[in-house]
Design a protein around this ligand. Structure first.
Ligand code: PMT
Length: 415
């Protein structure tokens, strides 16, 4: 067995909860891969899982007896289930069946696996596997969304041939991919040390806002939310309590982050106000500057002769400026972003002053490979009397650098 000493999972204690689906056999390979990454692995199985794979197989691979029931007095004497829940640094449920996802979403504790997941304080990840119709059922969609909103990491499922001869989304992600996803979420921040924002509450906004014109159309922008989600991930890893107010994006909630989904600028403003007071506010969202004066309840029709259509738009609230001017929000540092196509430094410094910010992060947009949508970015942060360049890098790495700068500016007592 080759131990990957460099893996972020090296030395991590991982509790693998195996659900009752045909993909349970792949959980055996998952144990092997996790141990190859240097993790210490214990296994708990549902009654259904034991119909597919034996506890003995997991014991042979993990080196620990697999736990199968709450009512095993010998196993409880060796390590009580609450002790096992405390032992884990990470919990991964794989395969997570539709039934298990529903029970986890609704906080049931009617067997060993659900009890462990409810009792643990460790970050929870689920790797769903089921028939594609079950995966697409509104009940499962809602349960997964609920779990995501609580910071549960959802890994997969893959799209492809399913056990019953059909094809679609529902295949358990490959064990290698599950290990990579867990390692990605566990990796320590490159620049931001753990504990750098310990004890602080950070509110982050991310993504675009959609301003509805009629039941069919909206005004939006190209923000993917990647930068704001990276900032939330990094702040949470640095020990902060993080509330992430997210516009309409398709991204997983970072582990340990409380997410509030919104659609419009007005909704984002309400969610931000509800999340305050806080110590730090970071506005990475690309909030629409204008919204239709009135929403048309019916689809706007083409007129017989009209070649053009004029939209009547009004300004949205400037959430960042409002937050920065609030005396009652407890904020020690207010950070804005500036997306500019030209005169980046000048416009950014103007916004720093006009909105009374402590820090502004400027990035050039409209250039391939950085800014909106891409995985990488490059930015410069400005504050009264200083600036710092962040050369091109993946957004998560830049977020680590920003969190480190936030901690520095807090120490400098910015507000
Ligand atoms: O989401 P990605 O695809 O990762 O791309 C995001 C990004 C990489 C471009 C990101 O770094 C970024 O620059 N986000 C903010 C983009 C933006 O809206 O810039 P702005 O110059 O229009 O707004 C300036 C600041 O005011 C921002 O902090 C914005 O959140 C805030 N604002 C703007 C308008 C408004 N009505 N309310 C606000 O709070």
């Amino acid at each position: 067995m080759s131990v990957t000493a460099n893996s972020p999972l090296a030395g991590q204690r991982i509790l693998l909860c195996v659900g009752g689906g045909i993909a349970a056999y792949k959980a055996l390979e998952l144990v092997r891969r996790l141990r190859d990454a240097g993790a210490d692995v214990q296994v708990a199985m549902t009654a259904g899982a034991q119909q597919f794979v034996t506890p003995l197989s997991f014991q042979a691979l993990s080196g620990y007896p697999a736990r199968t029931t709450l009512w095993d007095s010998a196993a409880e004497q060796a390590m009580g289930h609450l002790e096992l829940a405390r032992w884990a640094d990470r919990v991964i449920v794989a395969p997570a069946t539709a039934d298990l996802l529903a029970r986890l979403a609704h906080g049931l504790a009617d067997d060993l696996v659900t009890t462990l997941c409810l009792a643990t304080e460790a970050p929870l990840a689920v790797a769903p596997a089921m028939n594609h119709r079950m995966w697409k059922h509104p009940a499962t969609v809602a349960n997964v969304e609920l779990l995501r909103s609580r910071g549960v990491q959802v890994i997969g499922p893959d799209d492809g041939p399913l056990a019953e001869g059909e094809s679609g989304p529902g295949r358990l992600a490959e064990p290698e991919a599950i290990v990579a996803a867990l390692a990605g979420a566990t990796a320590p921040a490159a620049g931001a040390g753990p504990g750098l924002l310990q004890g602080l509450k950070v509110v982050v906004t991310a993504g675009p806002t959609y301003e509805d014109l009629d039941p069919v159309r909206y005004l939006g922008n190209r923000s993917s939310g990647k930068m704001g989600f990276a900032v939330a991930t990094s702040a949470a890893r640095a020990g902060a309590e993080v509330v992430l107010v997210a516009g309409p994006v398709q991204l997983d909630t970072p582990p340990g982050v409380q997410r509030v989904n919104v659609r419009s600028a007005a909704q984002m403003r309400d969610a931000v106000n509800a999340a305050l007071p806080a110590d730090v506010y970071i506005g990475a969202a690309a909030v629409a500057d204008y919204t239709p004066r009135a929403f048309s309840p019916n689809k706007i029709k083409k007129t017989g002769t009209g070649e053009t259509l004029a939209l009547d738009l009004v300004r949205t609230p400037d959430i960042l400026a409002e937050v920065a001017s609030r005396e009652d929000a407890g904020l020690k540092l207010v950070v804005g972003f500036a997306a500019e196509t030209n005169n980046v430094a000048d416009y950014a410094r103007q916004k720093l002053e006009a909105k009374r910010l402590d820090l502004i992060v400027a990035n050039r947009v409209g250039v391939p490979g950085t800014g909106f949508e891409s995985d990488d970015n490059a930015m410069t942060a400005y504050w009264p009397g200083g600036e710092r360049d962040f050369p091109p890098a993946p957004k998560l790495r830049l977020a680590d650098g920003l969190v480190e700068l936030v901690a520095e500016r807090l120490r400098a007592d910015a507000r």
